[in-house]
Design a protein around this ligand. Structure first.
Ligand code: ACO
Length: 428
């Protein structure tokens, strides 16, 4: 197999090394391309561009495979917890029991949010989107928890990771409570990460929340499946902003903003809104499918398609099973799930979707699970963001330690006007 690639430009041949990943995926290393040829490569949307070498997550879009640190995600969904999976992603290996205990204690110790931060939450306008609130509050965290010179770099970094993982979860529940005019519920040291979140969201002095282990497990699976997805849009944003050597809070805040978009993490909310629209217009998905196929109509079937997966998204397969389990548990007949099933059945048999390799993605079922757990629609993307935190943190950490690290600064091909003289305003 070739180990170099040859480019012939204006009759001159240039050779570039081909690098091979653990699973045999090959890439042409063009890091010296511009220096040697004077040209840049053009790749809108970076669909053909590898931005880094990474040992965190492997995904194969053709085969529908997803591994974290080499472990298939379905095994983690079956046997692990979100906290253990976070440790795995950040530290590169599964923790021993004492390591996991220490990590859990650290998360617990850092779960409270500075009381002065509450003023920020209460002063956002009613109806402010929780993703906007969250991205601002993450930036604010840095000011409330500055670095202390007496701590070693390792201590400081681990503390920052624990703070972000633990406090963001508390802040998410806090923003929900405040938005409803309810008293904030504090985290409890005796509850697991996921159970604590559900309790902070739903416990009330007049109606104590009863923790259901099956729902806790569903949340664990939901967050495990969202924990990382290699160089997706929000992770690329974290790496890009982080490449300017900005602090971790600011880099994660950028990731949250990117995730907010309906083509990325915002899709789980958009799926439920679309299913609700289908329901409200009589329950027949056919006209919506016809619109999605019409090139003159910008409408897309939310929860379908993926930049990388050309087959079923492995996370969607796990969530589909989890979805039926959760609905059985909460004894809820959800008309939107029936519509989702009808839609999936028609779309997956339709030649347009087959020819374009468009299959249900992770967002297709996640919205229904969150709805069944009782999470309000405008919090769906926040739920995704909490799940993606260990991925953003580990990708940021890897990029900071990368010997090939560079400030991210792409080029362009300029297509604007040729040089022209400035014309004064009276002569235009
Ligand atoms: N419905 C209808 N047609 C679609 C859809 C869809 N959901 N997705 C892609 N297509 C079509 C496009 O119209 C285009 O058709 P054409 O080649 O005939 O013009 C073709 O498939 C390729 O589309 P692109 O936008 O070029 O594909 P890309 O890989 O950039 O898009 C994306 C991926 C953005 C996820 C897209 O499939 C989409 O918009 N899906 C709906 C939103 C969604 O569910 N997002 C969540 C993604 S998962 C995640 O971020 C966690």
């Amino acid at each position: 197999m070739e180990t170099t690639a040859k480019f012939i430009i204006d009759g001159k041949t240039y050779e570039f090394p081909i690098v091979t990943g653990t699973e045999g995926e090959r890439a042409i290393d063009i890091s010296n391309f511009r220096r040697l040829t004077g040209l840049v490569t053009l790749d809108p949307g970076y669909a053909n561009t590898g931005s880094c070498k990474s040992s965190i997550t492997y995904l194969n879009g053709e085969k529908g495979m997803l591994w974290y640190r080499g472990i298939p995600v379905d095994q983690l969904a079956e046997h692990s917890t979100f906290v253990e999976t976070s440790y795995l992603l950040i530290n590169g290996r599964l923790p021993t029991r004492p390591q996991l205990n220490r990590f859990s204690v650290m998360l617990n110790d850092n779960s409270l949010v500075h009381e002065d931060m509450r003023a920020f939450f209460t002063n956002f306008p009613r109806g402010a989107h929780p993703m906007g609130i969250l991205s601002s509050m993450i930036n604010a965290l840095r000011e409330f928890y500055p670095e202390l010179p007496e701590r070693s770099e390792d201590e400081e970094i681990n503390l920052r990771f624990a703070r972000i993982l633990s406090k963001v979860r508390t802040m998410a529940a806090m923003s929900y409570r405040i938005s409803r005019g309810h008293k904030v519920c504090y985290p409890r040291h005796d509850l697991s990460y996921c159970a604590n979140f559900l309790n902070m969201m739903f416990d009330s002095p007049v109606n104590p929340y009863v923790i259901d282990e099956e729902l806790v497990q569903a949340l664990n699976v939901f967050w495990i499946l969202h924990a990382d997805h290699e160089q997706n849009c929000s992770t690329a944003a974290v790496r890009l902003v982080g490449s300017a050597r900005v602090n971790l809070y600011a880099a994660i805040s950028a990731g949250i903003c990117a995730l907010w978009g309906p083509l990325h993490g915002g899709a789980n909310q958009a799926v439920v809104e679309m299913l609700q629209n289908i329901h409200d217009s009589g329950g027949d998905p056919a006209p919506f499918i016809a619109r999605a196929k019409d090139r003159n109509d910008p409408f897309r079937l939310m929860g379908f398609g993926h930049r990388i997966y050309r087959t079923y998204d492995p996370r969607a397969v796990i969530l589909q099973k989890m979805c039926s389990k959760v609905l059985r548990k909460v004894r809820r007949k959800d008309p939107l799930l029936d519509i989702a099933e009808k839609l999936r059945e028609i779309a997956t048999k339709d030649s347009y979707f087959i020819d374009h390799s468009l299959y249900p993605n992770v967002d297709f079922y996640s919205g229904i699970i969150l709805r069944a757990i009782g999470i309000p629609l405008n919090m769906f993307t926040v739920m995704f963001a909490i799940g993606r935190l260990p991925g953003w943190i580990s990708q940021w950490k890897e990029s900071m330690d990368d010997p090939d690290w560079k400030l991210h600064r792409p080029h362009q091909v300029y297509t604007g006007p040729k040089e022209q003289a400035y014309i004064s305003i009276d002569e235009r």
